[in-house]
Design a protein around this ligand. Structure first.
Ligand code: NAD
Ligand code: DAU
Length: 340
C-alpha cells in the first residue's frame, strides 16, 4: 500500500509516520507537509533515508502540487493530519485556519475523487462537539452529539468534517473520521499546555494557567491515538465517525501541579493569567463505539505517560531548544507578555 500522511512533520503526524513504518514495513509512506512553524523536518530525520519513506514539502491547499503527488505516487490511502492546530492562534488570526483546515481538506478530497482512493481518513477533534459543563460529570461526547463549536479552530475542523461526510454521501468517497481528545507525548510543539509547562518549569519561568485552571481535558498518549487510526484504516466502516479518548479527565491546574512535582519545582511558579476567550470548560469522550466495533482500548496510563513525556523532554533538549529560541520567542511575548 502507498499511504500519504499529510502533516507528518507535526506532533501527531510524525508519531503516526513512525508507527506506520514500524507496524507496516511493507507499506510505502509519503509525508506531505508544508513545514509551517509547527512542522519540523528534524523530527523525521531517523526515517528520512528509509527506502519506503518519502518526504515532500508542499501545501495541501496547492491543488497542482497535490495532484502531481497523486500522479507520481498513486496512493491507496490518505490520512490528513495537516492543519493549523492551536486554539490560541486561531483566536488571533482565524483566516489561515479556514484556508488550511477547510480548503486544504477539500483539495485533498478532490484529488481522491479525480485519481481514485481506497480510503480518505480525516483526523478530527473532540472540540467539534463544543464543551460540557463541569457540574455534569455524567455527560460525554458520543458520535451523535451535535456539532457545537466554540473557537475559529474548532469551527474550521467541524466544517472540514461536514465536507468529508458530504463528499462521502454525494460522491461516494470512501471516508472515515476520527475525533480524538487531547494528545500528549514526544514531539508535542512547545506552545501547547504540557510541553509549555515542562519547558517553562525547567527554566524556572512562570507557569501561565488560564483563568481558574479548572478546565478539564481528556488526555490520551499519542501512540494510543496512532493505534486507533491504524485500526480504523484496517477495520473501520466507511462513512463512519469514531470518537477516540482515554477516559482520563484532568483539570489543567492538576496537570501543572503534577509537572512541578515531577520536576521538583515549587508550585509558586504557577501564575493564573487572563482566561482564553470562549474557553471550553470540559471535554470528555465516550469511546464505546471504537472499543466495541474495533476492539481499541488505550494502553498507556496517564501516570506512566506523563512520566515518559517529561523524561522525553529532559532527554531531547536538542529538539525543543532550537524551536523556543527562534520566532517562538516573538509568539510567546505576544501571547503572554501582557497577559495579567
Ligand atoms: P501540529 O500543529 O503539531 O502539526 C501540524 C502539521 O501540519 C505541521 O507539521 C505543519 O507543518 C503541517 N501543516 C500545516 N498547514 C499545512 C498545509 N497547509 N499543508 C501541509 N501541511 C501543513 O498538529 P497536531 O497537534 O499534530 O495535530 C494534527 C492533527 O490532529 C490536526 O488535524 C489536529 O486538528 C488533530 N488533533 C490534534 C489533537 C491534539 O491534541 N494535538 C487532538 C485531536 C485532533
Ligand atoms: O481536544 C483536542 C484538542 O486539544 C486539539 O484539537 C487541538 O489541536 C489541541 O491543541 C488541543 O486543544 P486545547 O486547547 O485543549 O490544548 P492546549 O494545549 O492549547 O490547552 C489545554 C488546556 O490548557 C486548555 O484548557 C487551555 C489551557 N492552557 C493552555 C496553554 C497553552 C493554559 O492554561 N495555559 C497555557 O499556556
Amino acid at each position: 500500500m502507498n499511504i500519504i500522511i499529510t502533516g507528518g512533520a507535526g506532533f501527531i503526524g510524525s508519531n503516526f509516520v513512525f508507527h506506520m513504518l514500524k507496524e507496516h514495513p511493507q507499506d510505502r509512506v509519503i509525508c506531505l507537509d508544508k513545514l509551517t512553524y509547527a512542522g519540523n523536518l528534524s523530527t523525521l530525520a531517523p526515517v528520512m533515508d528509509q527506502d519506503n519513506f518519502r518526504f515532500v514539502k508542499a501545501d495541501i491547499c496547492d491543488r497542482n502540487a497535490v495532484y502531481r503527488l497523486f500522479e507520481e505516487e498513486h496512493p491507496d490511502v490518505i490520512v490528513n493530519f495537516a492543519a493549523e492546530s492551536h486554539v490560541d492562534r486561531s483566536i488571533e488570526n482565524p483566516a489561515i485556519f479556514l484556508e488550511t483546515n477547510i480548503m486544504g481538506t477539500a483539495v485533498l478530497m478532490d484529488a481522491c475523487r479525480k485519481y481514485g482512493i481506497q480510503r480518505y481518513h480525516q483526523v478530527s477533534t473532540d472540540e467539534v462537539y463544543g464543551d460540557l459543563p463541569l457540574d455534569r460529570p455524567d455527560l460525554f461526547f458520543t458520535e451523535t452529539t451535535p456539532i457545537h463549536t466554540s473557537s475559529p479552530y474548532s469551527s474550521s475542523k467541524a466544517s472540514a468534517d461536514l465536507l468529508v461526510l458530504a463528499y462521502h454521501r454525494t460522491y461516494g468517497l470512501p471516508v472515515t473520521i476520527s475525533r480524538c481528545s487531547n494528545n500528549y507525548g514526544p514531539y508535542h510543539f512547545p506552545e501547547k499546555l504540557i510541553p509549555l509547562m515542562i519547558i517553562n518549569a525547567l527554566h524556572d519561568k512562570p507557569l501561565p494557567v488560564y483563568g481558574d485552571g479548572l478546565n478539564v481535558r481528556d488526555w490520551l498518549y499519542v501512540e494510543d491515538h496512532c493505534r486507533a487510526i491504524d485500526l480504523i484504516l484496517q477495520k473501520g466502516r466507511v462513512g463512519e465517525v469514531y470518537n477516540v479518548g482515554g477516559h482520563n479527565e484532568m483539570r489543567n491546574i492538576d496537570i501543572v501541579k503534577l509537572i512541578c512535582k515531577e520536576l521538583g519545582k515549587p508550585e509558586s511558579l504557577i501564575h493564573h493569567v487572563t482566561d482564553r476567550k470562549g474557553h471550553d470548560r470540559r471535554y470528555a469522550i465516550d469511546p464505546t463505539k471504537i472499543h466495541k466495533e474495533l476492539g481499541w482500548l488505550p494502553e498507556t496510563k496517564f501516570a506512566d505517560g506523563i512520566k515518559k513525556t517529561i523524561q522525553w523532554y529532559l532527554d531531547h533538549e536538542d529538539w525543543w531548544q532550537p524551536i523556543i529560541s527562534g520566532e517562538y520567542q516573538q509568539y510567546y511575548q505576544k501571547m503572554y507578555g501582557s497577559r495579567g
